[in-house]
Design a protein around this ligand. Structure first.
Ligand code: SF4
Length: 278
């Protein structure tokens, strides 16, 4: 059986900034003797609402392992805009940290995403990565995503789309990934529910309370989006203004269920629905 971590280019490795995709990246790098082929691109799509810990982790993986990670941000999805201008390449220092790409998309779309219309993943991540590959001359390429063997539903979808999933092929589970990171001298430094966008609407209500309780002010951007450019709410049942009020009224409330698995939030955003040509 061939080594699942040997990637044949041209290929796009989606690096979400989570532990699983970072682990996959490390294994791929080892399989290639420490240097990736020139036509295997490692890309991180920044929404502007990533936690600083995530940005640092992406930066650290790249510098420690000697990998060129391409930091990309959404700029446009208009077909009339040249593909190379539909995203911008940034770096650790210049990466947006106040939700600018996300806010710009909400403004142009005149609505907020929600769990049914989750266009944020598609626009800010999937299409942005695709635009990068196309701008670099690749219309056909392997789409390499960090889905594990214990994410069987998503893996099945990934197979339908023709994605390359080395971790799933190698039988890697969450336990393997966590064991790897526990043995390292650096780590993401976030709890599972703190990953992805800082107050993503897919996080359960108690987790959003906890986000605001431990990092006051985090939910304000989301509330501003609901009241500003966006029409509607991120979540039908409650607004982010209400969540903020809840926490102000009861700052010491215990948010139970923090470690329950949310079906969507235990996955790294942008991977489970990554399309791409393959
Ligand atoms: S983490 Fe949540 S808010 Fe951010 S892009 Fe993904 S689905 Fe959208």
């Amino acid at each position: 059986m061939s080594d699942p971590y040997l990637i044949h280019g041209p290929a796009l490795i989606s690096f979400s900034g989570g532990r699983t995709s970072a682990y996959m990246l490390w294994r791929i790098l080892q399989a290639h003797g420490g240097t990736l082929p020139d036509d295997v691109h490692v890309c991180f799509a920044n929404t502007g609402k990533e936690r600083e810990e995530t940005l640092r982790f992406v930066h650290e993986c790249g510098t420690r392992w000697g990998i060129r990670v391409r930091w990309l941000e959404w700029r446009s999805r208009l077909k009339s805009v040249p593909v190379a201008e539909r995203f911008e390449e940034v770096g650790f220092n210049s990466a947006a940290r106040n939700g600018e790409p996300f806010a710009a998309r909400i403004k142009s779309k005149k609505s907020t995403p929600n769990s049914v219309a989750r266009w944020c993943t598609e626009n800010l991540k999937v299409l942005t990565l695709q635009a990068f590959m196309e701008a670099n001359g690749h219309t056909k390429y392997a789409n390499v995503v960090g889905l594990r063997a214990d994410e069987s539903h998503r893996v099945a979808k990934g197979r339908e789309r023709g994605s390359v999933m080395p971790l799933a092929d190698a039988g890697i589970t969450k336990r393997d990934v966590m064991a790897y990171w526990q043995a390292q001298d650096f780590d993401l430094g976030l709890l599972p529910f703190e990953g992805n966008c800082d107050a993503c609407f897919l996080k359960a209500r108690p987790k959003l309370w906890e986000v605001e309780r431990t990092k006051p002010g985090t939910l304000q951007w989301w509330s501003d989006m609901e009241q500003g450019h966006g029409k509607g709410r991120f979540v039908t049942e409650y607004s982010y203004a209400e969540l903020i009020r809840d926490v102000r009224r009861q700052p010491d409330m215990f948010a139970g269920g923090l470690f329950d698995d949310d079906p969507d939030m235990d996955a790294e955003c942008g991977l489970w629905c990554a399309g791409g040509a393959s």
